[in-house]
Design a protein around this ligand. Structure first.
Ligand SMILES: Cc1ncc(COP(=O)(O)O)c(C=O)c1O
Length: 487
């Protein structure tokens, strides 16, 4: 099924050649294979990683102008994921997302995005000067999380904004829930514009048919993948996959060069190269094991009083079309504990660290780095906590409906660059917000920078506080004050 030999690892091999030649380094970095580095750090990390921490020269190639092993690694990654070109991002998926946005929209162009995007999307929109048109994702009130946007929402938004230049979606969500991305791709393409996907949580999709389909399989035009989050590469290393039908690949290269350092880390790039080889050649078996282990944990956790770990039963709800079972979301509402409290108990009492927690949930990211023993430690810790708290505390109420999207007065870029002042939230009706106000759960903005604060917003914040739910985003942690743009 691949056109290229996926067992190859050209970046890693070039570094091994450099290492084996015992090259004398008169190049940066100044630590010179660790010789000039203080023992405190060196003795812990060891010399191997330092001996391949090199800079741009012919043998190891250049990320900005790849012609050798980096170019070959990019082609191999494109072949593995079924794209036309794969770019390496050493600025994580955040950098890749900004590059996707800058590749498809400019000043004054409309881009359709979900309301609950990651801050890197907002950064891309500020940098580009584009106008965001928001879609509301679907909310699961019981679990208190946002799922994907539905094809119907995408279609309606496009019908109301036929001049939009691109659509961006998040797929799958942090919690592993995927929308009907194939249908969305078809709808977006019927307007002859690109679909770009924040696939931060899906670099493993497409390598095992028990997982939702990937953005590239669905026909999307670009996707940014946190290879480092889910599969075997080091933190900060991500891929940006591109299809050429609706995207100018040369422009993407230019934008990546604009955003990325001229001193990319070779250990990071080599780890990305090897992670691609690993997922392409052994992904199916490795993921089979990860899925089996996560499903075992899900079943065991669901036997524990007061805890709920959702699975495929949520499919069919709006925005929940497919599910990645490696994500283990544990809802602690039934114990009367917040996700934050449960997270802290696991971290401090059991030394088990979750990926994230919110008011209702903790999220454990499963991967082929897990073992049955570690999974059992997690399950046992949850069991102990349940026996201590079950039935002792009142259960928290459901998420409140998020109000409608306020009117927009400025673009995010104009709001970002505008003169700001802090005023009491209660006196802010009619003012243009310079900050986000987010309802937690489900982590959806009530107001975004550039939008006009209205009475519904103020009432909603009051209701959230009264219900002991959270509102966040302002510099003022108590959300009594909000920064507005002076006009
Ligand atoms: C949905 C989503 N998109 C993008 C990102 C950014 O990814 P990275 O941390 O690789 O920059 C994250 C990070 O958590 C994310 O959750």
């Amino acid at each position: 099924m691949y056109k290229m030999d996926q067992t190859k690892t050209p970046i890693f091999d070039a570094l091994m050649e450099y290492y084996n030649r015992e090259t004398i380094p008169f190049h940066v970095p100044g630590h010179k294979k660790g010789c000039g580095m203080d023992d405190k750090f060196k003795n812990f990390v060891g010399c191997n990683i330092l001996s391949i921490d090199v800079t741009v020269f012919k043998l190891v190639d250049s990320l900005h102008h790849p012609t050798g092993p980096i170019k070959e690694a990019m082609k191999l990654a494109a072949d593995a994921y079924g794209s036309d070109m794969a770019f390496i991002s050493i600025h994580g998926t955040s950098g890749a997302i900004q590059a996707m946005i800058l590749s498809v929209v400019g000043e004054g162009d409309k881009i359709i995005i979900p309301r609950n995007v990651h801050k890197s999307v907002t950064a891309g929109i500020i940098l580009s000067g584009a106008i965001p048109v928001y879609m509301q994702p679907e909310i699961d009130k019981n679990i208190g999380i946002a799922h994907g946007v539905t094809p119907e929402t995408v279609e309606e938004t496009l019908r109301a904004n036929p001049d939009a230049k691109a659509v961006l979606i998040i797929n799958p969500t942090y919690y592993g829930v995927a929308t009907d991305i194939k249908r969305i791709a078809d709808i977006v393409h019927s307007y002859n514009i690109p679909l770009i996907v924040d696939e931060a949580h899906g670099p493993h999709l497409g390598f095992n048919d028990k997982l939702p389909i990937s953005a590239m399989q669905a026909g999307a035009d670009m996707c940014a993948q946190s290879t480092h989050k889910i599969i075997g590469s080091m933190t900060q290393s991500s891929f940006l996959q591109v299809r050429k039908e609706r995207i100018d690949i040369n422009r993407v290269q230019q934008v990546m060069n604009l955003l990325q350092t001229t001193s990319p880390s070779y250990p990071l790039m080599a780890s990305l190269d090897v992670a691609r080889m690993q997922i392409a050649t052994k992904g199916r078996e490795l993921l089979d094991r990860a899925i089996e282990l996560a499903q075992y944990a899900r079943a065991e956790i669901n036997k524990i009083p007061g805890l709920y770990c959702f699975g495929e039963e949520i499919l069919g709800k709006p925005g929940a079309y497919a599910f990645d079972p490696t994500k283990i979301t544990v809802t602690a509402r039934g114990l009367g504990l917040t996700g934050y409290e449960l997270d802290q108990m696991l971290a401090n009492e059991y030394h088990i660290q979750m990926e994230l927690s919110d008011l209702y949930n903790i999220l454990a990211v499963g991967s082929f780095g897990d073992t049955k023993e570690k999974m059992d430690s997690f399950i046992n810790a949850l069991g102990e906590i349940s026996s201590k708290y079950y039935g002792t505390r009142p259960v928290k109420g459901e998420v409140l409906d998020v109000p409608g999207i306020p009117e927009r007065a400025l673009t995010p870029r104009q709001a970002f660059n505008g003169k700001k002042k802090s005023i009491p939230l209660s006196e802010s009706i009619g003012k243009i917000s310079a900050e986000f106000l987010l309802a937690y759960p489900p982590g959806i903005p009530i107001v975004c920078p550039g939008e006009v604060i209205n009475s519904e917003v103020i009432e909603y914040v009051k209701a959230l506080k009264e219900a002991n739910l959270y509102v966040q985003g302002t510099e003022d942690p108590d959300v009594e004050y909000i920064k507005v743009v002076e006009v």
